[in-house]
Write a protein that binds this ligand. Structure first.
Ligand code: BGC
Length: 801
């Protein structure tokens, strides 16, 4: 199989939604699902288009109360191209005999193609072939080229090219009872002979969206002048074009579309700009050239080359790895850097989780830090701009500092739902997931890592440090002093494992002393103190003045960072939370037998009037997150600083313990497990890594990928290869490697960026070579374990493993 193409043969209505999500095209500014150009949303097809950060809020009355949700808005459908023969029905895949159907996503060039041959009920045989792109160099442009060839007939064909702003948000079945009408129609305009224009606005956030579409028709001899008529309705504009086709002779339709919004930079007005842009845009082939060049440059950076030894199974690993990177780059790209957006857990690929920003960036940023750290920086700025909202949120809870929300959207307020639907039981149940305060630790961690990797002290100085200090302050204010134990505790929160939101039969939600939360809080305190030393002393002083931070408070941080409580059971198992050991063991075998797929045990148990809160079951890695984020040395330091002994022997024991009790109900879970097993069980790690890579490609959760990809799993699984198996770390201004390639891999070759240098890395089972390309930067330090060497630009270093 070609590692650069995703090929689907045949049309299967059941699989269409999944293919649409996986064949989404985007450029970090907007994205459009890979729905067929003729299709309206109808249960089989769902042609969604989404703007990065394009949210709107609506209210709905549910279960007797009014709730407000902020959604990623489905924008006007620009794809629409309909055609019909001799005044019959518009072409519909469901209404004809399909003779052949092939859909190919070309990952190298970012082009989606479909080649179809069909026979209609009148016996006419027709072939069509579509190519589509969402431009990676010109973020406001997209294009479709459609060639239609009558095989055994001649006659009239009508083609309709439309911009459809009558669309709703209807991509997620569970949300069907919620309000979904986000767009208000503003204007339709037949601009000129070949161009139509549509302007709509989101109802609450008041973002104006302007689209212009230019349609040109060509036959073998060049441009074809056809009769055109405009159709206009509220929020909808189309141009109908009539042409005569002759047997065996194809016509080619090019639809070039521009999309602008009132939020864009460097425009006078989005409507005007969108018309001008489309008028000046080249044809499909010209656009394809510049688009493909952008992708070529992206792949020069991001491509990873490896060879799986012939004796081992290879289920398209390279293709899936490219697919995952492809979607990462379509969600966050150079065009994202200038936007005020975060990184959505489900991509801009569908409406699941409403395009919200969770903690998943913890799994995504490492991928970007070593490739395009400017993107991480801009995504961290999304958090900085919402610092005052986070301060307000802390204050509203009687806490100090800044408390970032579990789910974040437009302005950084908490967007988590208060109730959610269990599709298994049909019941609306309380959603306590907002108690996952650990998202704050993830933000601090990401800031610190970004700085450690890039050395971007200006970012830290102006933005990063202030967030870290305010988050540290928040953690301190969440602690309670337990006099009996002389320890600080964090009570009433949730860890990453969403199966546990409280104690069985307790009235209030929340758990005490979640180990991951407590240790992360400790880490944040220690690093926040360190950040004040990293910055020039005058800047540190300024920051302390600005946020009114004095020595007394800093001493308190120091003290708490040494006295946080961690609970253990069975000698050296880190208790996921206090009281975990009291929970019942779960009947894994019985439930597997009864239900088959038990990834979503929360839904299964709730439907049985039971709750996972009673059992030792985890949806995803929780305590094990510690081994994902920190090396054994770092953990030893953290535990010993807290006055707990730490022997690295406990790592495999804990991994074993929790691995047996995890259902992988989140796609993030396998990423963590594959990572933590990198060194102790290479074979199992590689197996889990491949499973994690495939999460979306195979829609492992059976129905969630059609609603949007899982970007944390996509990026996180690739990063197991980039960072996990290479053992890359960037501590103390040394870029360290400690490779541990899976047995199955012959070699791994990739490029990374580090402190302005462009490095080629080549790893085999025996050697590591780092090749530093020519540039004007100062030498860097690279190391293999303790063997640290200077590496000048234009030179290379080889280490024997
Ligand atoms: C997981 C969270 C994750 C969220 C968004 C949930 O299912 O439990 O950890 O942040 O999905 O991806």
């Amino acid at each position: 199989m070609d590692p650069w193409t995703v090929v689907y043969e045949g049309f299967d209505p059941e699989q269409e939604a999944l293919k649409e999500a996986l064949c989404t095209l985007g450029n970090g500014y907007f994205a459009t699902r890979g729905a067929c150009f003729h299709a309206d949303a109808n249960g089989v097809h769902y042609p969604g288009t989404y703007l990065a950060g394009g949210y709107n809020r609506l209210r709905t009355e549910i279960a007797g109360r009014v709730i407000e949700n902020e959604d990623l808005v489905n924008l006007p459908n620009w794809l629409v191209l309909k055609f019909r023969m001799d005044g019959g029905n518009w072409f519909d895949l469901m209404g004809v005999d399909i003779l052949s159907y092939r859909q190919v996503l070309d990952l190298k060039q970012g082009v989606l193609t479909r080649d179809v041959a069909y026979r209609d009920p009148e016996g006419r045989e027709t072939e069509w072939s579509e190519r589509r792109l969402v431009h990676m160099a010109e973020p406001h442009l997209a294009a479709i080229e459609l060639t239609i060839t009558p095989k055994n007939w001649s006659g009239r064909m009508d083609v309709r090219s439309a911009l459809d702003g009558q669309v709703l948000n209807g991509g997620v079945e569970r949300y069907q009872n919620l309000s979904s009408h986000h767009l208000e129609p503003l204007e339709t305009d037949p601009v000129d002979e070949e161009t139509i224009f549509l302007r709509v606005r989101t109802s609450q956030s008041r973002v104006t969206i302007a689209q212009a579409a230019r349609a040109r028709i060509f036959d073998g001899d060049g441009r074809l002048d056809v009769h055109r008529e405009t159709v206009q309705e509220s929020g909808y504009i189309a141009q109908d074009m009539v042409m005569d086709l002759s047997e065996g002779k194809g016509v080619r339709i090019e639809k070039i579309v521009s999309l602008y919004t009132s939020r864009d930079h460097a425009i006078a007005e989005c409507g005007l700009t969108s018309r001008k842009t489309v008028a000046g845009a080249g044809g499909f082939s010209e656009l394809l050239r510049s688009h493909a060049l952008s992708w070529k440059h992206l792949w020069q950076r991001f491509e990873m080359r490896f060879r799986i030894k012939p004796e081992h199974e290879d289920d398209h690993t390279a293709m899936i790895l490219h697919l995952n990177l492809f979607h990462l780059l379509q969600t966050t790209s150079m065009h994202t850097m200038d936007l005020d957006v975060g990184v959505p857990s489900r991509g801009w690929h569908g409406e699941a989780y409403r395009g919200h920003i969770f903690w998943d960036e913890l799994f995504i940023f490492p991928m970007l830090n070593l490739q395009m750290p400017e993107i991480t920086r801009s995504l961290l700025m999304y958090r900085y701009r919402r610092l005052s909202e986070a301060r307000k949120a802390a204050k509203a809870e009687g806490l100090k500092g800044a408390m970032y929300p579990w789910q974040s959207g437009s302005n950084g307020r908490e967007e988590s739902q208060s109730v959610h639907l269990n599709p298994k039981s049909g019941r609306w149940i309380p959603d306590n997931s907002r108690l996952q305060r650990h998202v704050n630790a993830a933000i601090a961690y990401n800031i610190y890592e970004y700085h450690a990797c890039t050395g971007d002290t200006e970012f830290l100085s102006f933005y990063g440090a202030e967030m870290m200090l305010e988050i540290a302050r928040f953690w301190v204010s969440t602690t309670t002093y337990n006099r009996g134990l002389d320890r600080y505790e964090i009570l009433g929160v949730m860890g990453p494992d969403e199966y546990h939101d409280g104690y069985p039969d307790a009235e209030r939600a929340g758990l005490n002393n979640n180990a991951y939360t407590n240790i992360m809080a400790t880490w944040v305190l220690e690093k926040a103190l360190k950040v004040l030393d990293i910055l020039p002393e005058d800047r540190s002083r300024e920051l302390c003045e600005v946020i009114d931070l004095d020595q007394k408070e800093l001493d308190e941080w120091e003290n708490i960072s040494r006295r946080m409580r961690v609970v253990f059971h069975d000698d050296d198992i880190i208790s996921q939370f206090e009281g975990y050991d009291q929970l019942e063991e779960f009947d894994w075998e019985g439930y597997s037998k009864r239900y088959g797929d038990i990834q979503r045990l929360d839904r299964i148990l709730e439907a049985e009037n039971d709750t996972p809160n009673r059992y030792k079951v985890s949806k995803q890695a929780d305590a094990l997150m510690l081994f994902y984020l920190f090396s054994a040395e770092e953990l030893k330091h953290l535990f010993e600083r807290l006055g707990y002994s730490f022997d690295s022997e406990i790592i495999p024991k804990n991994i074993q313990y929790y691995l047996q009790r995890t259902s992988h109900g989140s796609t993030l879970s396998r990423v963590v497990h594959a990572w933590v097993l990198t060194r102790s069980d290479r074979e199992r790690s590689w197996r889990l890594c491949r499973e994690a890579l495939k999460s979306d490609y195979t829609d492992v959760q059976g129905g969630t990928t059609p609603e949007g990809i899982h970007l944390g799993a996509m990026a996180g699984s690739v990063n197991i290869i980039q960072e996990g198996y290479t053992g890359i770390e960037w501590r103390d201004d040394v870029l360290r490697f400690n490779p541990c390639l899976p047995e199955e891999l012959d070699h791994l070759t990739m490029d990374i960026r580090y402190r302005g240098h462009s490095l080629g890395v080549h790893i085999t089972q025996e050697t590591l070579t780092v090749n530093n390309r020519r540039c004007a930067e100062k030498p860097i330090a690279v190391g293999y374990r303790d063997d640290v060497r200077e590496l000048k630009a234009g030179k290379s270093q080889t280490f024997h493993l």
